[in-house]
Design a protein around this ligand. Structure first.
Ligand SMILES: NC(=O)c1ccc[n+]([C@@H]2O[C@H](COP(=O)([O-])OP(=O)(O)OC[C@H]3O[C@@H](n4cnc5c(N)ncnc54)[C@H](OP(=O)(O)O)[C@@H]3O)[C@@H](O)[C@H]2O)c1
Length: 249
């Protein structure tokens, strides 16, 4: 019997590409996001199931997971990918946006893991992939509240990896850098930074390799790796540089 994979945020970008690759290797993909029409189109394309759901709504996540687990008691792969951008300020940004970032980007992944855990346990050895971000290890304007949500998601992912290891549930933390997608258009970046922008297919291929090789926590592309230790080693230098960034960024 083929593997069953649940992919959140599968209606566009990185999640849709991950679902295409998982579907291509023969997994039955169950696609979660809010836009039902997009999910249904992708489900038809790859032979999966569409399950519209807002991952920030804990009751809705529990209900959709219960429905899915009834049909598929064993879940081999859960990809926590759903997320929203947030180029806003802690100081004068909309408080609603600051809260929404935490509810979707961080808590959404927590609720999905908890809701699908019986299925992951039944399928063990099984895999969870958390799509975090380089912003989970580096912080500064213009996306402080987004970065805070991704720092929280990173703490969740690293902790879950240790908590679930003994049960045969491998948690992979994937930290992509700037990736051109519908929700995260990168045209705002200065021209000289544009060359580091990658596409969602590249992130998806990285995720599939991580699953196949059991890589754990990784950064894609690799060259963002040294940025976090640099900010840790010289936080005050970073603060001075970030303070001088043009406000338009
Ligand atoms: N693009 C980048 O530069 C970049 C870099 C690092 C990390 N990431 C992370 O990668 C993940 C995917 O982002 P992307 O770049 O592929 O952006 P995207 O194309 O905008 O995809 C985001 C996905 O999340 C879904 N989503 C948003 N809010 C949701 C909610 N409340 N409930 C369920 N699904 C929800 C969206 O679907 P609906 O709108 O249909 O719900 C969509 O399918 C995010 O976690 C993001 O933080 C992106």
């Amino acid at each position: 019997m083929g593997r069953v994979a649940v992919v959140t945020g599968a209606s566009s970008g990185i999640g849709a590409e991950i679902a295409r690759l998982l579907g291509g290797r023969g997994d039955l993909c169950i696609l979660l996001a809010r836009r039902a029409d997009r999910l249904e189109a992708l489900a038809e394309e790859i032979g999966g199931d569409a399950e519209p759901c807002d991952v920030s709504d804990r009751a809705a996540v529990d209900a959709v997971a219960a429905r899915i687990l009834e049909r598929h008691p064993a879940i081999d792969v859960l990809v926590n990918n759903a997320g929203i951008p947030g180029r806003t300020s802690f100081v004068h940004g909309d408080p609603e946006v600051i809260e929404r970032l935490i509810r979707i980007n961080y808590l959404g992944a927590v609720w999905c893991l908890r809701a699908f855990l019986p299925g992951l346990r039944a399928a063990a050895p099984s895999d969870v992939v958390n799509i975090v971000s380089v912003s989970g290890v580096v912080a500064g304007p213009p996306s402080g509240p987004y970065s805070a949500s991704k720092h929280a998601q990173l703490a969740f992912s690293r902790t879950a990896a240790a908590e679930l290891r003994g049960e045969g549930i491998r948690v992979h933390t994937v930290k992509p850098g700037f990736t051109e997608t519908e929700g995260f258009p990168q045209s705002w970046l200065p021209r000289r930074v544009q060359r580091v922008v990658i596409g969602p297919k590249e992130v998806a291929s990285h995720v599939l390799r991580s699953l196949e090789e059991g890589r754990g926590e990784t950064t894609v592309p690799w060259y963002y790796g040294p940025v976090a230790p640099l900010q840790d080693a010289m936080p005050n230098v970073f603060t001075r540089v970030l303070a001088r960034l043009p406000k338009a960024l």
